[in-house]
Design a protein around this ligand. Structure first.
Ligand SMILES: Nc1ncnc2c1ncn2[C@@H]1O[C@H](COP(=O)(O)OP(=O)(O)O)[C@@H](O)[C@H]1O
Ligand SMILES: [Mg+2]
Length: 236
């Protein structure tokens, strides 16, 4: 479904991605783990058309994403939930969700999907007229994911959904991610610093170090890989 081939990308003179190679098949949850600064967010930004790809190719459902703007990538069926959950703080929960549907015109479908988000995250339904900026961190993360759901993505790019959240809230969010994958068939590329959580959620994973994939495989295998244990999982 998604394929990155020898992708090089960066900022100004700095090269961050140095030949990233990965693929995600339809229906999978795949995780990308790695230390702070490895280039995980940059990888997602490159897929989304926000960071320019210098060389290499990214394709989605067989089509190259080269040169596409981020709204064009979204319209192909890819939704990106960025690190730091950039919701609109001065818009209500409902307005934030409607922003996620800005490229859709099927009002009944949009209303249905808003109800779906409220059933996935009941607290958002309770707070639908509240301003985004007044929500807790966990609720803002739920809203950011809900807003992505409103784009009806076939591929969801999730960047550090657990960052700064309490374990219980993280559990809620991850169980919704699994549910979106299992019930809606949404494919997920998950970037997550908590490597154990990431590998428990995904069926496969890639380990990124300084802009390159240095290990990959089924999660079960990565969870028992001594290098992965030493660098990312700590002592069991
Ligand atoms: N907007 C930017 N301008 C310049 N350098 C950046 C920018 N964003 C990230 N970087 C640098 O790119 C590298 C990779 O960052 P990032 O992809 O955010 O890593 P990760 O998500 O794995 O923590 C880091 O060294 C970071 O400082
Ligand atoms: Mg990051």
């Amino acid at each position: 479904m998604l394929r990155l081939d020898s992708v090089h990308a960066g900022y100004g003179q700095i090269e961050v991605l140095r030949g990233v190679q990965l693929n995600v098949e339809r229906g999978e949850i795949v995780t990308l783990i790695g230390a702070n600064g490895a280039g995980k967010s940059t990888t997602l930004l490159a897929v989304s058309g926000i960071v320019h790809v210098r060389s290499g190719t990214i394709s989605f459902e067989g089509k190259s994403l080269a040169g596409l703007r981020s709204h064009e990538v979204t319209s192909l069926g890819i939704a990106h939930v960025p690190e730091g959950r950039r919701i609109f703080k001065s818009l209500t929960v409902l307005e934030n969700l409607r922003m996620g549907a800005f490229q859709r015109h099927d009002n009944p479908g949009i209303a249905q999907d808003i109800e779906k988000v409220f059933s996935l995250f009941p607290v958002l339904g309770e707070r639908k007229r509240q301003l985004g900026g007044t929500l807790s961190g966990g609720e803002q993360q739920m809203l950011a994911i809900g807003r992505a759901v409103l784009a009806r993505p076939r591929l969801l790019l999730l960047d550090e959904p657990s960052l700064g959240l309490a374990p219980l809230v993280t559990q809620t969010i991850f169980s919704v991610v699994r549910e979106l994958n299992a019930k809606e068939g949404t494919t997920v590329l998950l970037v997550e610093q908590n490597a154990r959580l990431a590998l428990d959620t995904a069926s496969r994973g890639y380990v990124l170090e300084i802009g390159r994939v240095v290990a990959e495989g089924p999660s079960r295998q990565l969870l028992t890989d001594p290098r992965v244990i030493e660098a990312y999982l700590g002592e069991a």
